[in-house]
Design a binder for this molecule. Structure first.
Ligand code: SF4
Length: 369
């Protein structure tokens, strides 16, 4: 069985109608449960649950402290390349956007890695546009070899690979994989991914599982909230995390909640805007349904909101982020994949966490050779 089987069970159900018809009594029942199931999760995502955000927040906070303590792991993203062979209509890096593209040389990778490591952060997320031609496996392995000198944990956010490809990265020292389905709605998926290998919905959907089969120990999934109605998107994201956690019990599973940000060439007229209140509800519902899944919050969100979301279940945050290739050593391409909303440095984020009595964790993992 794969996640597609679970997805198929729900995708043709009238989820909009079911969500609309959920009563307050049903929400209260879900809120009282020690182990909510997928139907309770739907109730917590429903419009009726909007009146229960305060009790949901209290429970989410308790569950988070019980399972994770008051610790938040920090990481910094490093963009290696902005070449991409896909045409995702919501992204500044898409293949038909014309700008001077950049791919870091190995010397530049070293320079960027060194610059980031000066902040004492030991978790790095390396990203590329999705072009196997420009950032092939050999290039990625060589970058990992360089960055291993500076970082104890390396996560990749790259094009989906085969299990064999992921195995080679794990052997080189990669321990984490971030891959977003963008949208679980297959029709919308094909409408927003116009060209390129990314049009293969199923290959992407199974990528987290291939990574875990290959020995990845930390997996981070999510949807790009704004491409389709958020309640359904959050439901399928949570189900996916639940499936992975139950099947790969040794893995750490994370969910991210990226929302669409302004980007170069934006001309979308169909965005399903996700408000801050919606964002709060989906995080709380996810925490209540999945008490042991990590929740990740990136610098796409504004400083004030990130601060307010902290006690609701966040366990991992990016800090000191730049989303242009070469951005840390001042030799960037000038084009960011999306606009960063929180520009605070690692030191500033550390101070913020301490102010709220959270422990900033710069390193929680080291591979023994
Ligand atoms: S979202 Fe990723 S795959 Fe799509 S255009 Fe941007 S970089 Fe390429």
């Amino acid at each position: 069985m794969s996640f597609k089987d679970i997805y198929s069970k729900y995708k043709d159900m009238e989820l909009d109608k079911i969500l609309r018809e959920i009563s307050k009594t049903r929400v209260e029942m879900a809120l009282d449960k020690e182990y909510p199931d997928e139907n309770d999760y739907l109730a917590l995502l429903s419009p009726a649950a909007e009146s229960y955000l305060e009790p949901m927040a209290r429970k989410a906070h308790e569950l988070t402290v019980r399972n994770f303590g008051r610790a938040i792991v920090l990481y910094t993203p490093l963009y290696l390349s902005d070449y991409c062979s896909n045409k995702c209509i919501y992204c500044g890096f898409r293949a038909d956007n014309s700008f001077d593209r950049k791919k870091l040389t190995y010397e530049e990778v070293e320079k960027e890695g060194k610059a980031i490591s000066k902040t004492d952060i030991r978790h790095i997320l390396i990203l590329t546009g999705e072009s196997e031609k420009h950032t092939d496996l050999e290039y990625l392995k060589n970058c990992v070899k360089i960055l291993k000198k500076y970082f104890s944990s390396i996560t990749v956010e790259i094009y989906p690979m085969t299990t064999e490809g992921y195995k080679e990265l794990v052997t080189e020292g990669v321990d984490g994989l971030t891959i977003y389905q963008e949208t679980y709605d297959e029709d919308i998926y094909h409408k927003v991914h116009l060209k390129g290998p990314k049009r293969d919905y199923d290959f992407r959907l199974d990528a987290p599982e291939r990574g875990l089969e290959a020995g990845i120990r930390r997996i981070n999934i999510g949807a790009l909230f704004g491409l389709s109605p958020w309640r359904k998107e959050a439901f399928f994201t949570g189900l996916h995390a639940w499936y992975l956690q139950n099947k790969y019990t040794e893995a750490e599973v994370y969910i991210s909640f990226p929302r669409l940000r302004p980007f170069k060439g934006e001309d979308l007229d169909y965005i399903h805007r996700v408000t801050d209140k919606n964002m709060v509800q989906m995080m709380l519902a996810s925490r209540l349904f999945l008490p042991r899944v990590g929740l990740n919050l990136s610098t796409r969100e504004a400083p004030e909101l990130r601060e307010n979301l902290l006690p609701l279940g966040v366990t991992r945050m990016s800090a000191g982020s730049v989303t242009a290739v070469g951005g840390y050593s001042g030799e960037d391409s000038g084009v960011e994949q999306f606009e960063v909303a929180d520009h605070r440095s690692v030191d500033e984020i550390k101070s913020l966490l301490l102010k709220h009595r959270y422990q900033p964790v710069l390193k929680d993992w080291e591979m023994l050779s």
